[in-house]
Design a protein around this ligand. Structure first.
Ligand SMILES: *[C@@H]1O[C@H](CO)[C@@H](O)[C@H](O)[C@H]1NC(C)=O
Length: 414
């Protein structure tokens, strides 16, 4: 029994050993692969940098042998995720853009300070959902700033269409002609969307617009300086369609034509010197003697304030109360007294109005109600009697002879 156990444990140990070997080899292989998937670039500070993520190369990583075996190279949609190694985001100066999974991606930007950035790029195949990784090491080296810089706005462009190096060269060539200088460098390229521009309508002929900043050691040409003339600025203020100054139309491709009104010149030689930093003290306050508390302020008489804010409103309120009370209770007279003072015929008229109103209300509540009494002054609909014509014009005798009408209860009783 013991022997068998021993044999089993030994076997296990051997298996574990072989497994750890496999693991070790895998780690080595992965490390080697990763070492392969690393590229390094060195760029000067203050110059525009682009790195195109070619889908074709990543496609080779996903299916390295497919071409060999099937003679067919896939063209899969791909998306990229880029970030600084061990950080969630890209460095501040670097941006990534890819219009569509079937387009190449671009990393672009202008480094502002020397240093090394390690960028991790994950490519995800949207067909098979495989992923692969590339490490990009960007080393920025210090470089002198170009003293004369000009920024142009290309209205008919999108950032992805400007980033391929061939397009950058075309733009540079136009600017070289305009500037009359060979030594030019693109300093910055940004989408107008990153500078507060609006997303264009998804229609042909609508573009985001791209800002291209170019720098040179050479001073601006007269074409560029014409932007600074008051005449040009006035034209720009009046209308948008300002033509290029005479003899300065240097755009070979319509899409690369610049918007003259949005051209800006930067002369870095004229920049104000940076103000000196504030001097740092020892961090200990000087001795200022003993603390003497301030004397208590002089006393104030609050009585007038009290009168104005409390007593006066209170008196006003009481007066108003008394006035209201007198109006409400002191000036009332009884209904009987008022009736006695009223002319008989007026009182009767008043009562008939009340009675008619009541009658109408009752009739509204019941369909079978008798016709209104007020319609029976001359003819009683119930008895068929005709009322006798009026014999007296005394004001105390009502117009309607109510004595004959048993239904009428609206008459004043005498
Ligand atoms: C490039 O342009 C962007 C957007 O306007 C700006 O944030 C960035 O600072 C610029 N870079 C340089 C080096 O001028």
């Amino acid at each position: 029994m013991k022997d068998i156990l021993n044999i089993i444990t030994e076997g296990r140990n051997k298996m574990a050993g072989s497994r750890s070997w496999v693991f070790f080899l895998t780690v080595c292989a992965v490390t080697l692969c990763e070492a392969n998937a690393e590229s390094k670039v060195t760029i000067p500070v203050g110059r525009f940098f682009t790195y195109e993520l070619l889908r074709e190369t990543f496609q080779n990583d996903f299916e390295p042998l497919s071409k060999l075996y099937s003679g067919y190279l896939y063209d899969d949609p791909m998306i990229f995720k880029c970030n600084r190694q061990n950080y969630p985001d890209l460095p501040e100066w670097l941006r990534f853009t890819q219009r569509h999974p079937y387009d190449n991606g671009f990393l672009y930007g202008t480094p502002t300070s020397p240093g090394k950035s390690v960028i991790e790029i994950y490519a995800i195949n949207k067909r098979s959902y495989e992923a692969t990784r590339l490490i990009l090491v960007i080393k920025a080296t210090a470089e002198k700033m170009l003293p004369f810089q000009a920024e142009f706005f290309l209205k008919l462009r999108e950032i992805e269409k400007v980033l391929p190096s061939s397009v950058q060269d075309e733009i540079k060539q136009d600017v070289q002609n305009m500037w009359d200088a060979e030594a030019l460098e693109i300093v910055n390229v940004t989408s107008a969307l990153d500078r507060g521009g609006r997303v264009p309508l998804p229609l042909p002929g609508h573009f985001e617009g791209v800002y291209v900043k170019v720098g040179s050691e050479q001073y601006f040409s007269h074409c560029l300086l014409s932007v600074k003339t008051t005449e040009h600025q006035k034209q720009c203020r009046e209308g948008d369609t300002v033509k290029a100054p005479k003899g300065c139309e240097f755009c070979s491709i319509p899409a690369n034509c610049i918007t003259w009104c949005q051209t800006q010149l930067f002369d870095l030689t004229k920049r104000k010197p940076v103000p000196p930093p504030p001097t740092v003290g020892s961090g200990i306050l000087e001795d200022g003697g003993d603390f003497s508390p301030p004397e208590s302020p002089p006393s104030r008489d609050f009585f007038p304030d009290y009168i104005v804010t409390v007593i006066v409103p209170l008196v006003l309120a009481i007066v108003l109360c008394l006035l209201l009370a007198y109006i409400m209770f002191g000036r009332r007279e009884g209904v009987a007294k008022r009736n006695a003072r009223t002319n008989q015929i007026q009182l009767y008229h008043h009562h008939t109005i009340h009675g008619n109103a009541d009658e109408l209300r009752n009739m509204a509540g019941d369909r079978g109600a008798p016709p209104p009494l007020s319609t029976r002054s001359m003819f009683n609909s119930r008895t068929g009697d005709r009322a006798s014509p009026l014999q007296s014009d005394s004001p105390s005798i009502p117009l309607i002879m109510a004595q004959h009408d048993p239904y009428c209860d609206t008459l004043p009783r005498k």
